[in-house]
Design a protein. Structure first.
Length: 145
């Protein structure tokens, strides 16, 4: 269920088994969806056997309480990442972002149920809202067509 859109704020994101390359925010309207602005590629060290876990993108916005928590305890980001990993999800990369979302996070999870558990757990705290997207490498999509 998509969350209501909110006005952009000028601070803030999280990204992972992917590496951002060729990012150019200069003239792009939305660098997350403009394929010319951001290219994601599988990190060579993400899985040496080639058995990849499903990848998910979490687009996150902090609530007012979340902003206060982060300001008072910047180390909270690492604490939350450790909690997420204890739930069986690997945080591959994370970035604070400017624009529509405060954080963009790339994670790998064994399945959708595990990812849903993480989303509900984090959302229930009242410090953030998120939208989670299942992601596949573009090359995999092209190969399946």
């Amino acid at each position: 269920m998509p969350l209501p859109q909110r006005p952009s704020r000028s601070w803030s994101g999280l990204l992972g088994a992917f590496v951002v390359s060729g990012a150019s925010v200069g003239g792009a309207q939305d660098p997350l969806t403009d394929s010319k602005a951001v290219r994601l590629r599988r990190r060579p060290d993400s899985d040496p056997k080639g058995d990849l876990m499903p990848t998910f993108l979490m687009l996150t916005n902090l609530t007012a309480e979340g902003v206060r928590t982060l300001k008072n305890n910047p180390g909270r980001i690492d604490e939350v990442n450790r909690e997420v990993e204890q739930m069986g999800v690997k945080v591959v990369a994370q970035y604070a972002t400017l624009g529509q979302y405060d954080f963009v996070t790339v994670v790998e999870a064994p399945d959708e149920k595990t990812m849903a558990k993480v989303s509900v757990e984090l959302g229930s705290r009242g410090t953030m809202t998120s939208q989670t997207l299942a992601a596949i490498p573009a090359g995999d999509l092209a190969g399946s067509l």
